[in-house]
Design a protein around this ligand. Structure first.
Ligand code: SF4
Ligand code: SF4
Length: 194
């Protein structure tokens, strides 16, 4: 989870009932650790709540926000628990927009055929924002991630939405053919994997 400074959060946009980042990604921090695809034991979402230690949650939990919290281009349907897309920003090269990883956590094929998903990827390509497509691994495994080749994506984005869709479907096919790498956490001492 990258907690870099990605600008201002969208005003008035809150996590609500979403707790995706308390389950999907691994947390590998000096203060807190969690395997990927396991729910943090402090998460009370199953009982209708959120973080059970909200007021005392650790720095990484206070500072991480998914891309939906930062980007006005992503409307309300992009909230990760509603859209099936856990989107996260990475540190950018100087002068460039932060790359975005679109992790498909619901029904991947159905999601990437949605008009709102294709339109967003097109906009990223036209703005030169690097886009990665990603699939989450099972518990304890790293996600798979593939960079959408910028020139090819741009060419597709300038043409038609159907070409972007075909490009995304090819990328998904490629990801599905790859093995998930095992995740070895670097830190220990406060493993909150449930
Ligand atoms: S994934 Fe995003 S919207 Fe969901 S809880 Fe985390 S920061 Fe909030
Ligand atoms: S401690 Fe962090 S990961 Fe765990 S439920 Fe709270 S915010 Fe989520």
């Amino acid at each position: 989870m990258d907690t870099g400074d990605f600008g201002t959060l969208v005003a008035g946009r809150e996590c609500g009932d979403c707790t995706v980042c308390c389950t999907v990604p691994a947390i590998d921090d000096t203060q807190i650790q969690k395997k990927s695809a396991t729910t943090c034991r402090h998460c009370t979402q199953a009982k209708g709540g959120g973080c059970g230690v909200y007021d005392t949650r650790l720095t990484i939990c206070r500072t991480f926000h998914c891309a939906w919290r930062y980007l006005p281009d992503m409307d309300d349907r992009w909230r990760p628990d509603k859209s099936g897309v856990f989107a996260a920003l990475d540190k950018p090269d100087p002068g460039a927009l932060p790359p975005i990883t679109l992790m498909l956590i619901g029904n991947p094929l159905r999601t990437l055929r949605e008009t709102w998903f294709i339109d967003f990827v097109r906009k990223c390509a036209l703005k030169n924002r690097p886009v990665f497509l990603s699939l989450p691994g099972p518990a304890g495994y790293r996600p798979l991630r593939a960079l959408m080749t910028p020139q090819v994506l741009l060419q597709a984005a300038r043409a038609r939405g159907s070409e972007v869709k075909a490009f995304l479907e090819e990328a998904l096919k490629f990801l599905r053919s790859q093995p998930f790498p095992e995740q070895v956490l670097k830190h220990s001492g406060n493993d909150v994997s449930a």
